[in-house]
Write a new protein. Structure first.
Length: 255
């Protein structure tokens, strides 16, 4: 008897699962796989873009509650029945925050809370992820590549911790995959001549954060209907990721 494929996706903040791997998730669910999303933080330190939610700026607890609701809606829209935050009911890991560098890449914030993901020892974070791996026994674990996609320190920490967790876990029948941005998509996203680039306030990037993928899975699935569920933080992403690219959600999975 063939086991139903089980896939664990490890992300840093609510909305990352949709923006980065929404097409992959939707395709896996439609094919009958058991998909679980593990979110490390509640995105307490995220930038609030929509004017009607500006009152949440600086309100970490309030923003966390809104983003909890948003990711619950996103999970329903994507058909995911298993979602949890890292630490479960025993521990809370918080958003470490970030700053934008002059070239549009993310860099660590000047300060962070004691419970911030990046303030906690990576081994501690990895052990919590390993516990989820052992509980689910996934055939594949998917997370960010080493650069975290665009450099967010929480994304980088999730990559480090998940990679370590894969070795710490007792479960061995599985494969660790990293999501990377195809070079052509990265070039388009960082193209200073694209419409709306001037509005970001970024200087043209000196280098494009992409590398050739070992293998590529191309998803032609529109997940735009899920984006409104992540309204508190997704406006700027829609500006950076053109709709035609986001709808296609072509992503490279690197072993």
């Amino acid at each position: 008897m063939t086991d139903t494929p089980r896939v664990l996706l490890v992300h840093a903040h609510p909305d990352d699962e949709t923006i980065t791997t929404g097409g992959t998730i939707a395709a896996l669910v439609s094919e009958g796989a058991e998909v679980m999303v593990l979110t490390a933080t509640r995105g307490e330190g995220g930038e609030v873009i929509p004017a009607d939610l500006k009152q949440l700026e600086g309100d970490r607890a309030g923003l966390a509650r809104v983003r909890e609701q948003e990711i619950a809606e996103a999970m329903r829209a994507l058909g995911v029945r298993m979602h949890t935050f890292l630490g479960g009911t025993t521990r809370t890991f918080e958003d470490s925050g970030m700053e934008w560098g002059p070239d549009g890449h993310a860099r660590p914030a000047a300060s962070m809370t004691d419970n911030a993901l990046c303030a906690i020892d990576v081994t501690t974070v990895a052990r919590h992820i390993a516990a989820v791996i052992d509980a689910l026994e996934p055939h594949a674990v998917i997370t960010y590549a080493a650069n975290g996609g665009y450099g967010h320190p929480d994304h980088v920490r999730v990559h480090e911790a998940t990679t370590m967790a894969f070795d710490l876990a007792e479960w061995r029948t599985g494969r660790l995959l990293y999501v990377d941005t195809p070079t052509e998509v990265a070039r388009h996203s960082f193209d200073p001549h694209q419409a709306g680039f001037a509005d970001t306030g970024f200087a043209p990037a000196e280098t494009i954060p992409a590398k050739p993928a070992v293998g590529q899975i191309v998803i032609d699935q529109d997940v735009s209907a899920v984006l409104p569920a992540n309204s508190s933080s997704s406006t700027w992403k829609r500006a950076c990721w053109p709709p035609e690219r986001l709808s296609g959600m072509a992503c490279a999975l690197c072993a």
